[in-house]
Write a new protein. Structure first.
Length: 246
């Protein structure tokens, strides 16, 4: 018997795809394990960063990871965005995407930041997991507009599982500097560990998987918050959103 699932209308699917929440099935295969996209600080890459893992019959296990960091300048009047998208389209496939974005601003009066993790599973006994972490540090800011969202969707599949977590940190005040290399490395490890935890728990019943996902995300969020607070010397506002579906 088929699992209960969230069926998307054409309009809803189109809207989610346009927003980057769903990966279209024709997207190219994701990066090989260990390969990162957008690694570094070159301008044009860190303001908008995306990891995208698509599992299909040709690539049954898909892993993708992206990590970028750099300054958020006062001239940047468009939202910074971090997105992790995972999609499993075939029976028994698995997809995992993780994204880390670290932005710093010493001058920007207004800050816009969007952070999204989405997972979409259509294959029987398939699983998809996505984790996106966004860190924005600012020495001053008059207006902060931040959105943080996790979305998991299964459609027409049996035994399938989707799990997502979006972790966002907004830091205003403290030392006028970006996160140190050591702090970024620790946060990166926490983020990737969370993604693998979600995948390893995909076989568990939904109630148990959901509880474990939320506990793991909250623990990871607190560990990352403590590292960021110690590194910046500022109070840290953290936001955690977790979604599971089977």
């Amino acid at each position: 018997m088929k699992n209960k699932s969230k069926f998307l209308s054409t309009a809803t699917a189109a809207a989610l795809t346009a927003a980057g929440l769903l990966v279209v099935p024709l997207a190219p295969a994701s990066a090989a394990p260990g390969q990162s996209q957008g690694q570094g600080t070159a301008w044009g890459k860190y303001l908008n960063v995306t990891s995208r893992a698509v599992a299909n019959p040709a690539h049954r296990v898909a892993l993708d990871s992206a990590a970028v960091w750099g300054p958020l300048r006062s001239s940047d009047d468009s939202p910074a965005s971090a997105t992790a998208s995972a999609q499993a389209n075939c029976s028994g496939c698995s997809a995992q995407a993780t994204t880390l974005q670290v932005l710093s601003s010493a001058q920007a009066a207004n800050i816009w930041a969007n952070n999204t993790a989405s997972a979409y599973t259509t294959g029987d006994w398939a699983s998809s997991a996505a984790v996106s972490v966004q860190v924005v540090t600012a020495t001053r800011s008059n207006v902060i507009m931040a959105n943080n969202r996790a979305l998991s969707v299964n459609e027409g599949c049996t035994g399938c599982a989707s799990t997502t977590a979006a972790l966002q940190y907004i830091i205003v005040g403290g030392k006028a500097e970006a996160l140190s290399d050591a702090a970024r490395s620790i946060v990166r490890q926490i983020e990737q560990q969370l993604g693998f935890t979600f995948q390893s728990d995909s076989w568990r019943p939904k109630s148990e998987r959901s509880a474990r996902a939320r506990a793991s995300a909250n623990d990871a969020a607190e560990r990352a918050r403590a590292v960021i607070a110690a590194d910046t010397g500022a109070s840290v506002e953290s936001r955690v959103d977790v979604d599971t579906e089977d």
